[in-house]
Design a protein around this ligand. Structure first.
Ligand SMILES: Nc1nc2c(ncn2[C@@H]2O[C@H](COP(=O)(O)OP(=O)(O)OP(=O)(O)O)[C@@H](O)[C@H]2O)c(=O)[nH]1
Ligand SMILES: [Mg+2]
Length: 329
């Protein structure tokens, strides 16, 4: 299961800057609207400290994290569905994504032009207008899709399984400046604009400055601005929550690996993400909690403490389960 997140927003709000920070992919970010024309695509590992602990414990060389794919497209403007700006054709790249990250400008910098050429003066009010523009364009793009399908197939599009943009969960990412990062009053007002959708706050430019830093340096750098988690961590956490996802782990001498599954998935369904044969021939799962494993220091101790379980077909997987599947093919 490859988690795919599409980044949308007005031009010049920091989408590519954020994409660069998320992927260190070096995509072009520049101070002019529509810097991005072709979509940028990047795949990044989901940060998971549990993997490092397990790799040490099992003396494993190979660590395979879960991944998330980001798609950064051109900015949308009011009237995009009628061809304004670069139009809305590139939204096709977002259709295959499970979630949308909607980047909203919430920083003040007169050198960076807004799409409407206005001065940034009322951050909350302007953010609200900007959000409405993008959401209307997503709706209009869906309407267009619906009409096209109805005309072509002479069928009611309601009967078809179409990945409408407006059905996708949206995570709002407010690109705030350094002051905004710790301005709780501003953040709560922005959050209220989009509630109950998730809102996260980042400073894309600051995040971008961290490329090339190692994990400890990034942590220290962000902490000096009063920030706990980086944008990648925040976005992935929000996406997992919004989409109802969790991870389970497999660990051995050969490989330590994280797998992404739905919350509520059963043991055979989890096995099926590794290999369809594992699901078909599922016999049992040997399961322990990651916390027990890391607290007790190893499988043997977990077994001796009676904390290693054998679970059957109806077992509902929990986040952080460390599993070995028994199967028969
Ligand atoms: N002051 C400030 N400038 C930023 C921030 N984030 C991005 N910028 C600047 O804004 C300009 C536009 O950033 P991009 O990342 O290219 O914007 P975009 O949303 O991808 O724009 P399009 O591709 O044109 O739709 C660049 O000059 C960035 O350096 C921020 O948090 N603060
Ligand atoms: Mg861009």
């Amino acid at each position: 299961m490859n988690l795919k997140i599409g980044i949308v927003g007005l031009p010049n709000v920091g989408k590519s800057t954020l994409f660069n920070a998320l992927t260190n992919a070096g995509a072009l970010a520049a101070n002019y609207p529509f810097a991005t024309i072709e979509p940028n695509v990047g795949i990044v590992p989901v940060p998971d400290e549990r993997l490092d602990v397990l790799a040490k414990m099992y003396e494993t060389e190979k660590v395979v994290p879960a991944t998330v794919e980001f798609v950064d497209i051109a900015g949308l403007v009011a009237g995009a569905s009628k061809g304004e700006g670069l139009g809305n054709k590139f939204l096709a790249h977002i259709r295959e994504c499970q979630a949308i990250c909607h980047v909203v400008r919430a920083f003040k910098d007169d050198d960076i032009v807004r799409a409407d050429n206005k001065i940034e003066e009322d951050i909350v009010g302007q953010a609200k207008d900007d959000i409405d523009i993008i959401n209307l364009e997503l709706q209009l793009a869906d309407d267009e899709t619906k009409e096209k399908i109805a005309a072509k197939r002479k069928k009611d599009p309601a009967d078809e399984n179409i990945p409408y943009l407006t059905d996708k969960p949206v995570i709002y990412m407010f690109n705030v400046d350094e002051n905004g990062l710790t301005d709780e009053n501003l953040k709560s007002k922005l959050k209220a604009l989009v509630s109950p959708a998730q809102a996260i706050f980042v400073n894309a430019k600051l995040e971008e400055e961290m490329s090339g830093m190692n994990r400890a340096e990034r942590k220290e750098f962000l902490e000096s601005y009063g920030v706990k988690n980086d944008a990648l961590g925040e976005l992935i956490k929000a996406a997992y929550e919004t989409l109802g996802l969790q991870s389970f782990l497999t660990a051995g001498k050969k490989e330590v690996r994280a797998w992404t599954i739905k919350q509520g998935a059963t043991a055979p369904e989890a096995a099926g993400t590794i290999h369809t044969d594992f699901e078909r021939g599922f016999i049992a799962a040997q399961v322990c909690k990651y916390e027990d494993l890391s607290n007790l220091g190893g499988e043997k101790a977990v077994r001796e403490a009676g904390l290693m379980r054998t679970e059957g077909k109806t077992y509902v997987m929990q986040d952080g389960d460390v599993v070995e599947f028994k199967f028969n093919v």
